[in-house]
Each structure stands twice: as C-alpha cells, then as structure tokens.
Design a protein around this ligand. Sequence first.
Ligand SMILES: Nc1ncnc2c1ncn2[C@@H]1O[C@H](COP(=O)(O)OP(=O)(O)O)[C@@H](O)[C@H]1O
Ligand SMILES: [Mg+2]
Length: 353
Amino acid sequence: MQSASSPVIVFDNVRKTYAARRASPEVGALDGVSLSVGAGEIVGVIGRSGAGKSTLIRLVNGLERPTTGSVTVDGTEISALDERGLRAARRSIGMIFQHFNLLSSRTAFGNVALPLEIAGRPSSEIKDRVGMLLELVGLADKRDRYPAELSGGEKQRVGIARALATAPKVLLSDEATSALDPETTAQILALLKRINRELGLTILLITHEMAVVKTIADQVIVLEAGRIIEQGATFDIFAHPSHPTTRSFVGSVTGSALPEDLRGRLRAEPVAGGQAVLKIVWTGEQSGDRVLGQLARALSIDVSLLHGQIDTIAGRPFGTLTIAIPGDAATLRAALDALARQDLRTEVLGHVA
Ligand SMILES: Nc1ncnc2c1ncn2[C@@H]1O[C@H](COP(=O)(O)OP(=O)(O)O)[C@@H](O)[C@H]1O
Ligand SMILES: [Mg+2]
C-alpha cells in the first residue's frame, strides 16, 4: 500500500507456516504478504476467521517470526531481533486484546502502571503518567477499581491506557471491540480515533467486522486464506469493492446485499416484459429521493425502490439504492445514461420477471 507519510510498519513478502505437530499437518497462515502502514495512519485488516489476521499482528510485535520475508517496525527489522532486542522494541509497540488481558489482582491503576514498573521507571513518574493516562481514557474516577468491578468498555479503556504507558509509536488491536456491544464499540472506536489524532499514534487493527473498519480506518486490507486480496482507501473499498469477499463484507454494512427472495429470482439475461434491477451508489450530499425523482421524471418511467440506505464511511456520506425499472433494452440504456449524467455509479444486478 502506498502511504503519503513515511512507513512505520513494513511487511516484505512475508510467509508464515506453523510447523506440523504430532497429529496435525503443517499450516500455511500467511502466503507472501507485503504491506506498508504510514505514520499516523489507521489501517484496518479485515478477514474471516482463519484468514491469518492474528498471525499478521503477532508478527508485528515479534510474538511470531516469519518463515520467510521480513517485518520492519519504525526502521527496526523485528524479524531479525533476539529476545533482548525484542523486549526493547516492544516498548514502542502497544497492543490491546479482545478479552482485555488485565490482571485481576491489580486495580486499574496497577494494570496501567505494570509496563512502567517493568521498564524500571521511578514511582513518582509512574504515578504522574498513570494518572494522566487514566484521565486520557476517561477513567480518572475508577483508578482504584479492580477489573471485576469494571464494565467491558471500562476494561478496554484500562487496556488502552496500559498499551499507551510506554508511549509507543504503534498500537496493535486484535479484535479489541469484538466482545463489546455496539454502543460501547462506538465509544472505544471514538477513543482510538481521538488518540490517533492527538498523539499521532499509528494504529493497525484487525477485525472481522466491516462496521469497525468503516468507522475509523483510513486504509483497508482484506485478507483471505493468508493472502491480501484487496487493499485501498476505506472509502474507495466501500464504493468499489472488486473481490467477491470484499463485496460481501461491504454489503453486510451498507445494505447493498440483496434481499434473499430477490437474489433467488435474478436472471443474467433480460426477461420479456420484466424489470431490470439496478444498484446505484452515490457519494455526495444528494438524497435518495431526489435521485429517484429525477430519474423517474427524466425518463417518464415507473421506478420502484427495493432498498435504500445512507451511511457514513470514513466521514463521508455514502448512499446505496436498489431499484427496479422496465427491463427493455431502450429504457435500460436511457436510464443508465441519465444516471451517468448525474455522476452516479450504477451496476445492473440482473433481471426479474
Ligand atoms: N500457533 C499455531 N499453531 C498452528 N497453527 C496455527 C497457530 N496459530 C494459528 N494457526 C493457524 O493459522 C491459520 C491462521 O490463523 P490466525 O492467524 O489465528 O487467523 P485469524 O486471526 O484470521 O482467525 C489458521 O489456519 C490457524 O488454525
Ligand atoms: Mg484472530
């Protein structure tokens, strides 16, 4: 991926296979992955279970080593470091987890202080810094609570504060919102976005949820069976997904997936006396009603709305309409011309009787 800023994380043709064990054969987890994450970017890696996402993130902090290829973070080749070198490098790489991984025997304060104690910082400095971090994540009043006394969202805030303790350049997030309800997820994503903006922190987050990517990622990488199948700016990926897997991820949040009954009736070829089904995507401020009204007036045809939704992707409005119009060739061509004149991207999904 090209980045405007200098790259902080670079994968060069990384292959990772897990060795065969007694009963199980060798597993190929990543197969020739090259990528680059620019300073201050939020990059989302999305893929189904088993795609290789966790392997990818564990290669960044050296919990796994590539079988071939190299992984570089902030100019240091992580994949070439020994244990001692890794310990030092990990201070500039924070990580948050799906199940928070807090120590139940320590308070919020104690959990956030831990990386600083390990780094041997003086206790006065630890006190100030932990206080500041708990303030940053909105938990100043919960500093003496134990994890069991905190909600899921609060636990993840402690996780974030702990990840930031050693002032890392990179924050890795492995499904960090997957155990949270939608409202708490939105709050945690907003916090990550604010930290990214205020601290200039580079964030690599992996998720199986397109809704997470949609909200905060600048760039998206789609991983399938250990390979990158698509990548680009978040808005572009949503507006023009090219791989079928990406289309299905995108459809899951933009409502562009067709209702089941309609999908079953769609034919590739025109049906005599039938209708054509079109998907229209627009990315400006115009409303769906206006788009439909203009089309109906321009062509004096019946337009039926099958599905419509407006969304915000990477901060920009993004609309999807699925409509049916008379399916004869002349009407269809005139409709496509009229839509193109309005700068609307249209796809003929098929024909129905
Ligand atoms: N420590 C391991 N030993 C053997 N196989 C593993 C190990 N970790 C992951 N795998 C396998 O590697 C593949 C990718 O796994 P993973 O990176 O966890 O994917 P994801 O996070 O996308 O679900 C899967 O087939 C998984 O079973
Ligand atoms: Mg995983």
